[in-house]
Design a protein around this ligand. Structure first.
Ligand code: T46
Length: 148
């Protein structure tokens, strides 16, 4: 975290980061810079959309991946746990992102029709970074201690 001194974080766990919002009569604009607004370099972006009603995404944790999730359109819930406690964040504002550090199990639920979930992360895609078995996640969580 020290590398990113300009990114002010209250704590290390999952948290909402309010991004700059440039109001303009033509419409609003929001931007994000790696290392400035989020405590990691942004290497990859992907987005989830056309989610059928009642479907759920996620259901895993990451070993090294830092992430910012943004509802660029619509609304959904991000349920996070560190294996000790859990929280639910509702994302529905394009100028707010949910920062998720490594070691957090997440599920994304309650997608409103037409929602888009943008994800900005610090790593390329590789399956070895995923923990997809909840028992394995809990074992690692007990070794690492609480984050939330
Ligand atoms: C996360 C949540 C929010 C790729 O080939 N490249 C990629 O960059 C990504 C993200 C996925 N994929 C492939 C891997 C799977 O065959 O796309 C397929 C679906 O991925 P997955 O089942 O992991 O999707 P979600 O919605 O469960 O999870 C995704 C991200 O993988 C994950 O990092 O945090 O969105």
């Amino acid at each position: 975290m020290t590398k990113f001194a300009s990114c002010i974080m209250e704590k290390n766990g999952p948290q909402i980061i309010t991004l700059p919002k440039i109001f303009d009569p033509r419409g609003s604009l929001t931007f994000v810079e790696g290392g400035r607004h989020v405590p990691f370099d942004i290497m990859r972006a992907y987005w989830i959309y056309d989610v059928p009603a009642g479907e759920e995404r996620g259901g895993h944790s990451h070993i090294d991946m830092h992430q910012l999730l943004i509802a660029t359109g619509g609304s959904f819930d991000v349920n996070v746990t560190d294996g000790f406690s859990e929280r639910t964040f509702t994302l529905n504002r394009p100028f707010e992102g949910l920062y998720i550090p490594p070691g957090i199990w997440r599920t994304i639920t309650n997608f409103a029709s037409g929602s888009v979930c943008l994800s900005l992360v610090n790593l390329p895609y590789y399956e070895e970074d995923y923990i997809r078995e909840y028992d394995e996640f809990l074992k690692r969580a007990r070794e690492n201690g609480p984050i939330i």
